[in-house]
Design a protein around this ligand. Structure first.
Ligand SMILES: C[S@@+](CC[C@H](N)C(=O)[O-])C[C@H]1O[C@@H](n2cnc3c(N)ncnc32)[C@H](O)[C@@H]1O
Length: 188
């Protein structure tokens, strides 16, 4: 599982990236007005294209990822643009690894499929009226060497959310890279 699970793969990938960030995700740009004002937890934030976009929009951002190279790059770019961020190195495969992270107005997860044990408790990390925004490769994407069947976001992933979470937006689309889905939930 290189695309999602291998820390060496990600450290090497982020180390070899150049002196610029990728553009923020277009689904996040299109839906940023749905987010609640305040704080954002960016789960599997990578080197922070989305975190930085949200900082520029005035959100307080905490980024978590298991790649030190990713977090170092993120902190570099945040400093460059004179913002502030909190970053925490977390392995999301470990049980309870988000337990002490706190409670946020929004959680975004972009191009990462959250393990079931984390999904089960994700609503505990959201304040009332908080928004959970998830986008990435979806169920109709054709798996390959890099993006495996187990990496695809499926409707069944959300069965683990409790009754306090309501789906307020769904989108699916395809482009040259494949098939994508976006789910936005609100905590009631
Ligand atoms: C496809 S990248 C997405 C990065 C970022 N969200 C974005 O959209 O640019 C997947 C990210 O998940 C992180 N990741 C993969 N498995 C992880 C794990 N078990 N715990 C924490 N982070 C993980 C990788 O380090 C990488 O930054």
């Amino acid at each position: 599982m290189d695309y999602i699970g291998n820390i060496n793969y990600w450290d090497t990938k982020f180390k070899s990236r150049g002196e610029s960030l990728l553009e923020p995700d277009t689904e996040l740009i299109d839906n940023v007005d749905i987010l609640s004002k305040g704080s954002v937890l960016d789960i599997a934030c990578g080197d922070g294209r989305n975190s930085l976009f949200l900082l520029k929009k005035g959100f307080n951002v905490t980024g978590v990822d298991f790649s030190s190279e990713a977090l170092d790059r993120l902190n570099h770019f945040v400093k460059l643009y004179k913002h502030e961020i909190s970053t925490v190195k977390v392995n999301l495969n470990s049980e309870n690894s988000l337990d002490s992270i706190g409670c946020f107005d929004n959680i975004i997860i972009n191009h990462y499929r959250l393990p079931v044990h984390q999904m089960k408790s994700i609503s505990n990390r959201l304040k009332k009226d908080g928004i959970l925004f998830i986008t990435g490769f979806g169920h109709k994407h054709i798996p390959d060497e890099k993006i495996k069947d187990g990496d695809l976001i499926r409707e069944s992933d959300f069965e683990y959310l409790n009754h306090k979470m309501k789906l307020i937006h769904y989108n699916e689309y395809s482009d040259a890279r494949g098939f994508f889905v976006t789910y936005i939930y609100k905590k009631l």
